[in-house]
Design a protein around this ligand. Structure first.
Ligand SMILES: NC(=O)c1ccc[n+]([C@@H]2O[C@H](COP(=O)([O-])OP(=O)(O)OC[C@H]3O[C@@H](n4cnc5c(N)ncnc54)[C@H](OP(=O)(O)O)[C@@H]3O)[C@@H](O)[C@H]2O)c1
Length: 268
């Protein structure tokens, strides 16, 4: 491995998009620090990454929603003495259902994972990133960040937050070594739909979804080029461009209609 780009910390790296991003980063010369809850799956990704980057891969099993999780991760990154040059805020979850019927606590936990955790990790790890000559923050939002979405009200809201926060932070960090990139993927075939309780949408996900590897490749390339925002996949980019031409209310109705059709209204 000829290039050494320092170390990238990736959350949600045990499977899906996070694992694919970790492997792509390893391929591009980053050492990787991998965080998720499932030790065995993390170890599997660690071994794959190590084979790509000369053994520079470590894991930390942590539930990001545990009260001490951010402290543990920061202590691990600082204590390692390794040069941190990238933070990938990837761990996240969806939740499919009507706001008024989903348990409030479950919805609040999703909001914490999708918003509070990336904010806390970024705030606490920025001083380490700023020590590097060049460093990156890669935040994973979603195409649902671009419009309101019935049955995923808080998920799309949380991803809109990630996108807006990323773009604002990017401007604040101009003139520093740290660049911020936000990725807005469309459907990616991972464990996401099952965990979100969206099995009724699986046929669509399989039809239009992408494998994680090409999405990860696009995301890492955009990060290295210092782009503000990227939507992986041509069809997805065309969709977002068309949405930009149409009235917001029409976009909301069309997108929400696809989801509402598969989820009967409560009491219906
Ligand atoms: N798949 C899609 O269609 C899609 C589209 C747009 C955006 N995204 C976004 O892409 C990101 C990755 O999702 P994915 O599709 O790869 O889903 P996934 O297959 O469910 O993977 C989620 C990852 O996050 C980790 N994770 C979840 N809860 C955690 C917690 N409390 N503590 C620590 N780690 C946790 C999981 O690991 P453990 O279970 O081992 O902890 C896993 O590695 C998410 O932010 C998602 O919103 C996905």
């Amino acid at each position: 491995m000829s290039i050494d780009r320092g170390y990238a910390l990736v959350t949600g790296a045990s499977q899906g998009l996070g694992a694919a991003i970790a492997l792509e980063l390893a391929r591009q010369g980053f050492g990787v620090l991998l965080v998720a809850r499932t030790t065995a799956a993390l170890e599997h990704v660690r071994a794959q990454a190590a084979a790509l980057n000369g053994g520079r891969a470590q894991v930390l099993a942590a539930d990001l929603l545990a009260p001490d999780a951010v402290d543990r991760i920061v202590a691990w990154a600082e204590g390692s003495g390794l040069p941190l040059t990238a933070l990938v805020n990837n761990a996240g979850q969806g939740l499919w259902g009507y706001f008024r019927t989903l348990p409030l606590d479950t919805q609040l936990r999703m909001m914490r994972l999708n918003m509070d955790v990336p904010v806390q990790l970024t705030y606490r790890l920025l001083p380490l990133l700023q020590r590097a000559e060049r460093a990156y923050i890669l935040n994973i939002a979603s195409m649902t960040a671009y419009h309101a979405l019935a049955t995923m009200a808080l998920y799309s809201g949380s991803k809109a937050f990630v996108l807006r926060w990323s773009r604002s932070l990017r401007i604040e960090l101009q003139g520093t070594p740290v660049r911020v990139t936000c990725v807005c993927p469309g459907s990616v075939i991972t464990g996401f739909t099952e965990r979100a309780g969206m099995q009724a949408m699986d046929d669509l996900a399989r039809k239009f979804g992408s494998a994680p590897a090409p999405v990860a490749k696009t995301a890492v390339a955009a990060m290295l080029r210092g782009r503000a925002e990227v939507v992986p996949g041509l069809l997805n980019r065309v969709t977002v461009a068309l949405q930009g031409l149409l009235p917001t209310s029409l976009n909301e109705r069309v997108a929400s209609g696809i989801y509402l059709k598969r989820l009967p209204r409560p009491g219906a």
